[in-house]
Write a protein that binds this ligand. Structure first.
Ligand SMILES: Nc1ncnc2c1ncn2[C@@H]1O[C@H](COP(=O)(O)OP(=O)(O)OP(=O)(O)O)[C@@H](O)[C@H]1O
Ligand SMILES: [Mg+2]
Length: 257
């Protein structure tokens, strides 16, 4: 019998090490993310989750004294070899824990990046703004006030605006870093539904402190602890009664003291 060929990973991380001013925070981690999956990263504070995301789109280069080694490949291409780092950051979108609205209208928040990239056609831009706001489940709430300030929206709406803005770059990979930290459970569930839709078109890396959110949304989850991978695997193993590591069981079941 011939085994079905495994699909090449969308992202491959090999032996990634990271230190800040000599203090090591990622200790040589290796894992892969498949195309069109939601891949969750869980772990306690300071385990290195946000730092890992910064390595993926090379925004780690903004941090003085940060030193990374290892290999990160996207579609088989080493990200360090990508000359146009803006193109890399367009492909790997990032949604921060707190909404970071530009002091612009709702429309201009979403149109900002496409305009900067030279997009000029008004009706095409209108269509793109509508599509991104619809994908972020915000369109119906804002379609009548597209030209009012984005910063006047509620926290949950601003977080969806941040997602719409990330989508305006048409990313292949969308990284979300604790997107629900400042929003209510109902809005969180709405955005979770949005993510389930979006994974048809992109690969999603979901950093979350909410273990149940990882369980609900992801197909696979990675548990980071002090810069090491405790366990990475399918959710039906990680969240089962018998994950590979007792530490995983204790963490996902809230037994940690
Ligand atoms: N810019 C920085 N300069 C120096 N040290 C940093 C910097 N950013 C993070 N660190 C350190 O790196 C370690 C990992 O931090 P990181 O923010 O990646 O963790 P995290 O898992 O995202 O935590 P949290 O759940 O609190 O967001 C921590 O010890 C943190 O203090
Ligand atoms: Mg973090």
């Amino acid at each position: 019998m011939v085994a079905a060929p495994l699909e090449a990973p969308k992202i491959s991380v090999k032996d990634l090490r990271l230190s800040y001013a000599g203090k090591q925070v990622l200790n040589g981690i290796s894992f892969e993310v498949q195309k069109n999956e939601i891949f969750a990263v869980i772990g306690p504070a300071q385990s290195g989750k946000s730092s890992l995301l910064r390595c993926l789109n090379r925004t780690i280069e903004f941090v003085p004294k940060a030193k990374a080694s290892g290999v990160i490949e996207i579609d088989g291409l080493n990200v360090d070899a990508i000359k146009n780092v803006y193109e890399l950051r367009r492909r790997v979108g990032m949604v921060a824990p707190l909404p970071v609205g530009l002091p612009l209208s709702i429309y201009d928040n979403v149109a900002f990046a496409p305009r900067a990239a030279g997009f000029r056609d008004k009706s095409a831009l209108d269509a793109l703004v509508e599509r991104c706001l619809t994908q972020a489940a915000l369109w119906d709430e804002v379609k009548d006030r597209l030209h009012s300030l984005g910063t006047k929206l509620s926290g949950g709406q601003q977080q969806r605006l941040t997602i719409a803005r990330a989508l305006s770059h048409e990313p292949e990979i969308l990284c979300l870093d604790e997107f629900s930290i400042a929003i209510d459970p109902v809005t969180t569930m709405r955005i979770e539904d949005v993510l389930k839709e979006l994974k048809r078109d992109m690969t999603i890396i979901l950093v979350t402190n909410l273990v149940q959110q990882a369980r609900r949304l992801a197909s696979r989850t990675m548990f980071l602890w002090n810069g090491d991978i405790v366990e990475v695997g399918k959710n039906d193993v990680v969240f089962s009664n018998k994950p590979q590591s007792q530490k995983t069981y204790d963490y996902v079941n809230g037994i940690f003291g």
